[in-house]
Design a protein around this ligand. Structure first.
Ligand code: ADP
Length: 529
């Protein structure tokens, strides 16, 4: 059938039983069936799978779907088969198959039965498969979890880097579809570049979750007591508590139990049977609370999780977004409470110590974003969405009043002059520095970089010393979110003045800022063991 002759709504109903497309699905499907390179950025649960499954089912040939995890692929294939499709319509090709099974898969493909072939990226590097696929009519290649291509994504997989080259070996003009739920501008750019699809149609859904309430509390010695109180205030509701270490998971689960709260632990150190049992208990509502490491969550779809508590702050805002995103899937209340102490950040930094330098630098930069988010006193939703490259109207946008900062605003002060000074400092030091050096320069402090670049000779050097470091860092974050400055995408972290910022220097206007929170530290606190 020619693309224009396909009745997409009819096919949607026929294969999936749905009456409507969700969000941007219809536009995406249209882009794919017309043979365009397509890039889809949608939050988890947005309905990405259908975006390539429906085109695969209606187009001639077989679509190759690259996915990083065998377990996920199996789920997908089972789901497609449960739609009542023929058995061979979707297959997984991987090293766990026997020779006979592989031959059956190949036969189904050559017979034109298989519409979707799921493969792990490492399988695609096998010469045997490449040879075979050269003779197959491929409708398109969908690359799921495309952020695995980028070192700036939360799950970098080097094999993903080879995909573009391999696809070129299969045939010249196979359309490529990239899909991800990671939306930072840096990761997006990496994906487009690496897959060599600069002219792709890009579809980006909003990442705003208006029904989630974001809250950060200082992590004091009595964090456990605070958590117990919180849970008791949400009696009978489902919740997840994330901890960094397995031991902490066990300790907290036990503590909750002795305090009369029905809770189970979940982490990768438990055997598969116990894990499955605890997961089922949570899904069936035999227990209210799961205390878990990040091992919990993949593929969990409980719609009425009413709160997600982070006992320990996550290592990136992507993780934070993913994990908090498990609350309120049904659109109802979802309280996202995270405990923050700078000591936890230092602990996470220590975990990175043994890693390659480039990886450490990235990990460190991602952590600084977490610090900024935790310490900011501006709208958390605005900050988070800005991080994902999305502008949010913090006065009228959906969910605008749903965070602790907006509900309990700090007093704001006029900072027009300071913004001008900041912008001029960035401009006059040739836009070469990250926020740390800019703040040093404003305060008149010297380090090796400042010395070697002769920043201390600049007339503005030290002109901001009537404020402290905390003030300037807060101002930089707020000016960033206002779009007067931006972080350079190539050299992540280097700050540049935007045209809007240059306009501000020319014609300054009122800029009300609020200082960041200062969360007190607690010396003998034993956070993670
Ligand atoms: P993602 O891969 O983006 O996380 P999924 O593809 O798993 O999301 O889809 C999330 C859920 O939305 C699934 O339960 C799916 O069945 C459902 N869904 C997808 N498209 C539609 C639609 N058009 N109408 C109703 N439900 C849909």
């Amino acid at each position: 059938m020619k693309p224009n002759e396909i009745d997409l709504h009819k096919e949607l109903k026929k294969y999936f039983g749905f009456n409507q497309f969700k969000g941007l699905q219809e536009q995406v499907v249209n882009s794919i069936i017309h043979g365009n390179n397509t890039f889809v950025i949608m939050p988890t649960g947005g309905g990405k799978s259908l975006c390539y499954q429906l085109p695969a089912l209606v187009l001639d040939g077989t679509a190759i779907v690259v996915s990083p995890l065998i377990a996920l692929m199996k789920n997908q294939v089972d789901a497609i088969r449960s739609l009542g499709s023929e058995l061979g319509v979707a297959h997984v090709l991987n090293s766990s198959l026997t020779k006979t099974e592989i031959n059956q898969v190949k036969k189904d493909i050559l017979d034109g039965v298989t519409k979707m072939l799921y493969v792990a990226p490492e399988s695609l590097t096998k010469e045997e498969y490449i040879q075979f696929l050269r003779d197959v009519k491929i409708s398109f290649v969908a690359i799921d979890e495309a952020h695995c291509i980028s070192e700036w994504g939360h799950d970098f997989r080097p094999e993903y880097r080879n995909l573009r080259g391999i696809i070129k070996q299969l045939a010249d003009d196979i359309p490529i579809i990239g899909l991800t739920a990671t939306a930072t501008p840096k990761v997006q750019e990496d994906i487009l570049k690496n897959l060599d699809m600069s002219g792709a149609n890009v579809f980006k859904a909003s990442f705003n979750r208006p029904n989630l309430f974001y809250e950060i509390r200082p992590k004091t010695k009595n964090v456990e007591g605070d958590i117990i109180r919180f849970i008791k205030q949400h009696k009978g509701k489902s919740g997840v508590i994330y901890c960094l270490s397995r031991k902490k998971v066990e300790d907290i689960a036990q503590l909750l139990q002795v305090n009369g709260i029905s809770a189970v632990p979940y982490h990768a150190g438990l055997d598969a049977k116990t894990r499955a049992k605890h997961q089922d208990m949570f899904l069936m509502e035999d227990v209210d609370v799961v205390v878990a490491t990040i091992a919990f969550g993949m593929g969990i779809d409980k719609p009425d999780v009413r709160y997600v508590i982070h006992h320990d702050i996550p290592k990136s805002l992507e993780s934070y977004y993913q994990e908090t995103g498990r609350a309120g899937r049904d659109g109802g209340e979802g309280h996202c409470l995270a405990y923050y102490s700078y000591k936890d950040i230092e602990k996470l930094e220590k975990f990175m110590a043994g890693k390659p330098v480039a990886e450490q630098e990235i990990g460190y930069a991602l952590l600084q974003e977490v610090v900024a988010y935790a310490e900011t006193s501006m709208s958390r939703r605005k900050y988070l969405l800005h991080y994902f490259g999305e502008e949010f109207d913090d006065e009228n946008g959906e969910g605008a009043d749903m965070d602790d900062n907006v509900r309990n605003p700090k007093k704001k002060v006029e900072a027009q002059n300071e913004v001008v000074l900041l912008l001029k400092m960035i401009r006059d030091t040739k836009e070469l520095f990250k926020s740390k050096e800019i703040v040093f320069a404003l305060l008149g402090k010297v380090n090796a970089i400042i010395k070697s670049q002769k920043v201390d000779a600049n007339p503005l050097f030290g002109k901001g010393e009537n404020h402290d470091e905390r003030f300037w860092m807060a101002l930089i974050r707020q000016v960033l979110v206002e779009g007067l400055i931006k972080k350079d995408i190539e050299s992540y972290g280097v700050i540049k003045v935007t045209p809007k910022g240059h306009g501000f220097i020319e014609k300054p206007y009122s800029f009300m800022m609020s200082e960041d929170h200062e969360y007190s530290e607690n010396e003998d606190e034993n956070v993670v063991t």
